[in-house]
Design a protein around this ligand. Structure first.
Ligand code: FAD
Length: 419
């Protein structure tokens, strides 16, 4: 079996890893000089900073990859027993993610908290219902607009009102096995004492994971080699780069939708037109250095008028001395066209307003196309039909998280080899 994998972010590296370890002949092409895609760690002024994900959970698929790659000694563990905050009405208020915070937080009124108890009497998602409408119907307006909505939709930079439950939150709930009441499900898990896998990173940052995956399969992975064209060739395909043209039986696209659509057009116009419809939200990632001494995982901004969507407190969560990561741009993508110094200054000023502590800019990065939006354009999934021999293993057809990317890589490899 000969397979070409387009892209070596976590999706492409995972697909490569599971294909190669099961004996397939894989050639993986990566446009950038370094594999890893969105997962990238660098050191700025002696501080490890993350340009994509800030941390990971050591769930089973991650643990087994860490063991296979012999990375156990490089693991660092985060502090799980910390609050995540919502910045609401001019103050940082704990989000009700633990029993302690659910009882004590002033993010919600007592009336708002009591409304949650009605959730078991509400029905499941309705066709074409938005995430905001669904959460409001189930938990009441306060929970929907101050907590659950911003917490979920904030991950993607999309307004909860622009997301269909069916194509976003509903899929996540299905994966967790939630049938019926969410509240009853959570209470059951609490009583059963189900443990959440610990928060982890690596001493040199999360980028160590793709780096080790690349090292393990370096003979199959070609960095600095963008794929420029894919064409049908009999029952197989020709994959073209500036250096060579490779004939393969199967092509796995792991690139974001716009690149996948452009390359797919050489094989199947109709499928390419469908893939083109998925939209993304560009995202600014600003690393700050501050002597702010708050304890917590970070905050989501709920108040209006800010360019900052949220912040991860790497200092507190992972012991990364003085490092804070702000996400900017949600709600106003045009702001991300500004000069990086303007974006950085704005993020620092807003961090100072929110925390009361001074902040210096370490680095500014704008990610494009950015995060899959999982907005109303996701209805296009229903029309997506791929020709034989073409696979998509990318966040836009499945889930964005790293654990999802690893699982998708394994699933794609198994499907190809079973065929
Ligand atoms: C700011 C941010 C924070 C996040 N935080 C978390 C988190 O905390 N936890 C979590 O689990 N997930 C998180 N995610 C999501 C997760 O990081 C991504 O979904 C995941 O890394 C995407 O991996 P990928 O391989 O699918 O895509 P990408 O990382 O985008 O990889 C695609 C690759 O394709 C390459 N490419 C592009 N064009 C071509 C071409 N023509 N030929 C060959 N190669 C090409 C690109 O260079 C890139 O390397 C976060 C994402 C972002 C943006």
């Amino acid at each position: 079996m000969t397979v070409a994998v387009v892209g070596a972010g976590m999706s492409g590296l995972s697909a490569t890893h599971f294909l190669a370890t099961q004996g397939a002949d894989v050639e993986t092409f990566e446009a950038s000089s370094e594999p890893g895609g969105i997962v990238r760690s660098t050191t700025v002024d002696g501080h490890v900073v993350e340009h994509g994900p800030q941390r990971l959970r050591l769930s089973k698929p991650v643990e087994s990859l860490v063991e296979t790659l012999d990375l156990e000694d490089e693991l660092i563990y985060g502090d799980d027993d910390q609050s995540l905050y919502g910045y609401y009405d001019g103050d940082l208020r704990p989000m009700p993610l633990s029993v302690r915070d659910a009882i004590t937080t002033d993010l919600l009124s007592w009336r708002g908290k009591a409304r949650v108890l009605l959730e078991p009497f509400t029905g499941g998602a309705k066709p074409d219902e938005s995430v905001e409408a669904f959460l409001t119907r189930k938990f009441g307006e306060e929970v929907a607009t101050r907590f659950a909505g911003p917490l979920y939709s904030g991950l993607y930079g999309t307004d909860a009102d622009d997301m269909y439950v069916e194509y976003s939150l509903g899929k996540a709930l299905d994966r967790f096995g939630v049938e019926g009441s969410l509240l009853v499900f959570m209470l059951k898990k609490l009583l059963e004492g189900v443990e959440t896998p610990p928060i982890i990173s690596f001493e040199d940052g999360l980028g160590r994971l793709p780096e080790a995956m690349y090292e393990a399969h370096a003979e199959s992975i070609h960095p600095g080699t963008p794929v420029t064209d894919v064409r049908q060739d009999g029952e197989g395909f020709l994959v073209e780069t500036d250096r060579e043209t490779v004939a393969v039986e199967t092509v796995v696209f792991t690139t974001p939708a716009p690149t996948t659509a452009a390359l797919l057009a050489g094989v199947d116009d109709e499928a390419a037109a469908v893939v083109e419809q998925f939209s993304y939200n560009p995202l600014g990632v600003v690393h700050l250095h501050s002597d702010f001494d708050g304890t917590g995982h970070g905050f989501h901004v709920i108040d209006d008028g800010f360019r900052t969507d949220g912040s991860t407190w790497n200092a507190s969560m992972l012991g990364r001395d003085g490092v804070y990561t702000s996400y900017v741009g949600g709600g106003d993508p045009a702001f991300l066209d500004a000069d990086p110094s303007v974006i950085g200054r704005r993020a620092a000023t807003e961090f100072e307003t929110i925390t009361g502590a001074q902040a210096e800019v370490l680095s500014v990065n704008v990610l494009r196309p950015g995060m899959p939006a999982y907005d109303r354009s996701w209805k296009a999934l229903d029309d997506l039909s791929l020709p034989d021999g073409i696979e998509i293993c990318s966040a836009f057809t499945s889930r964005a998280g790293l654990i999802g990317r690893i699982a998708d890589g394994r699933k794609t490899a198994s499907a190809i080899l079973e065929d």
